[in-house]
Design a protein around this ligand. Structure first.
Ligand code: ADP
Length: 533
């Protein structure tokens, strides 16, 4: 199953989305913390501090009132003190009501339970103080009346009672002021702590966001890395380097692109090789055509004179034979002329064969029988050369479709080459093994003829150019034999290749001519183009 790949776009978008969300979360969170701190400070500033200041003023008045009450009775002139007392009495409850109204307003706004509790306590305390002051009104009136009646002893008692109650009120005021101050301090400490905490957490969150940013950038870079490799590969391919390289498994579409690119390079490389091979084949065919034209010319120009020269040389030989002993040296020379004429005649015939290689006329053939007949034909020649000819013809091979004379020609070339290679190398006990076996090639059934010798084998140079037209290592060779034999093999839908013979078959060269089996209907398997050549 194909592995699912994540697109680079998805990765980059996901990375940056995470980054934006992280930054948004950090910003939102610190904003919310800041707002909480601001709210606390506003409450402290606009409510508690103002209330504390008002109540502080009121308490200052009260302290002064207690002092005035203290010296009121013993004063010679009480007008100043009485004025102060009456002014204080007239306004203090109103100021307290103002403060109470402020507390009620703040109570409606306060969200924090601690603030609500404090404000409710404050409201309650202010109410108690107001009630106390309201009750004190009657006591103030009584004291002032007693003073005007000059009953100082009674006035003292009333004053003491009033003073005790006023001090009580003052203590209540002080408690309220302290509670408010404590809350202000707590709020300011809380604000400071929150600020420090916000700073610390903001730093951590920023560090995490930065880390995410770095990771996203690295991921994006990693995802884009193959692009540089792809560019290098494209440049290499442009230079003509068509070998493919292994690419790591695709993680995203760039990886897939690299794999597709390598597949494309592979396909282009394969097409390149196929084109080269086709080109070589075309060149070979062109050369063969040229040889054909040349051979026709040579045949026309040389063959007839050659045959009259051969006839004349034979007649000359006969005449010299008739002369007896005196003509011995001349006879030797004439034989040498005859040999050269024979060689030239063979050469022209060889050229003719190449030139006139017709489309094979394929017939169902029994390969072992055909090979056996060919061996009979060369038996004499082999025995003269001292070559031991061994055959191993497996009778149970599938029939092939072949042009008997062309196949015989190819086999003769291989046998002649084997003999000549051993002759030229001066092999002491030359031998040739010919084998016919059933053999499948590339999944196609068929039969093969193997010709092995005990010669020197193929040199590297020969191995490289063996089937090229005109390639020969022999002083008097034409370089046509193997080229022609391979053409014949191909025309039959088969192959011809060379390899090293096994030691028990002489250890020299081995040529393997393979032909596909004839189908039941007489067609040749795997040789679609055989008739078209
Ligand atoms: P020619 O026989 O005219 O040289 P071929 O095309 O038949 O042309 O052979 C080409 C060359 O292949 C030979 O010159 C020889 O070098 C090499 N060759 C062919 N057959 C053999 C063999 N059995 N052992 C060693 N070399 C061989």
């Amino acid at each position: 199953m194909a592995r699912r790949t994540r697109s680079v776009r998805t990765q980059v978008v996901a990375g940056f989305a995470t980054l934006i969300i992280a930054f948004g979360a950090v910003a939102g969170w610190s904003l919310q913390r800041q707002q909480r701190t601001v709210r606390s400070l506003r409450l402290a500033n606009e409510v508690y501090l103002q209330l504390t200041a008002k109540l502080g003023d009121e308490r200052g008045n009260q302290v002064q009132l207690v002092t005035v009450l203290d010296r009121l009775i013993d004063e010679s002139n009480r007008v100043g003190s009485q004025t102060f007392i009456s002014v204080t009495r007239r306004y203090r409850r109103g100021r307290l009501a103002d403060a109470q109204a402020g507390v009620q307003r703040s109570l409606r706004l306060a969200l924090d339970p601690d603030d609500r509790r404090l404000l409710e306590d404050t409201a309650r305390s202010l109410m108690v103080i107001d009630r106390l002051w309201a009750e004190d009104e009657r006591l103030f009136d009584a004291l002032l009346r007693t003073l005007s009646s000059a009953d100082l002893a009674r006035a003292r008692d009333e004053r003491d009672e009033l003073q005790t109650r006023e001090v009580q009120g003052n203590d209540s005021l002080l408690r309220v002021i302290r509670a408010l101050q404590t809350r202000v301090k707590a709020l300011s400490d809380d604000a400071e702590r929150q600020q420090n905490e916000t700073l610390r957490l903001t730093l951590i969150a920023t560090a995490v966001a930065c880390l995410l940013g770095v990771l996203t950038t690295l991921r994006a870079r990693r995802a884009l890395d193959p692009l540089a490799r792809l560019r290098d590969r494209a440049q290499a391919v442009a230079r003509g380097e068509l070998g493919t390289v292994q690419v790591p498994p695709a993680e995203d579409e760039i990886g897939e692109l690299a794999q597709e690119f390598e597949r494309m390079v592979g396909a282009v490389g394969a097409r390149d090789v196929a084109l080269r091979e086709a080109n070589e084949k075309r060149l070979q065919a062109e050369r063969l055509a040229a040889v054909g034209r040349m051979a026709a010319h040579v045949t026309h120009e040389v063959r007839n004179p050659l045959s009259s020269m051969a006839l004349n040389a034979e007649m000359l030989g006969d005449e010299l034979d008739a002369m007896g002993e005196p003509g011995a040296e001349s006879r030797r020379l004439v034989r040498s002329i005859q040999r050269e004429i024979d060689r030239l005649t063979r050469l022209t015939e060889e050229y003719l064969r190449v030139a006139r290689l017709p489309t094979p006329r394929l017939q169902r053939e029994h390969l072992p029988g055909l090979v056996d007949e060919t061996l009979l034909f060369v038996a004499q020649e082999m025995s003269v050369a001292g070559v031991a000819l061994t055959k191993a013809l497996d009778e149970v091979v599938p029939p092939v479709r072949a042009d008997e004379s062309q196949l015989r020609q190819a086999l003769l070339n291989l046998l002649r080459n084997a003999r000549e290679a051993m002759e030229l190398a001066g092999v002491a006990a030359p031998r040739v093994v010919v084998r016919v076996t059933a053999r499948a090639q590339d999944g196609v059934a068929g039969a093969a003829v193997c010709v092995s010798d005990s010669g020197p084998g193929l040199s590297d140079e020969a191995q490289a150019h063996l089937f090229e037209l005109f390639f020969t290592t022999k002083a008097r060779g034409s370089g046509l034999g193997l080229s022609l034999s391979r053409e014949i093999a191909i025309a039959h839908g088969g192959t011809l290749h060379a390899e090293r013979a096994s030691a028990d078959e002489g250890g020299g060269a081995r040529f393997v001519l393979w032909l596909p089996a004839a189908g039941d209907d007489g067609s040749v398997e795997g040789a679609d183009d055989a008739q078209g050549r």
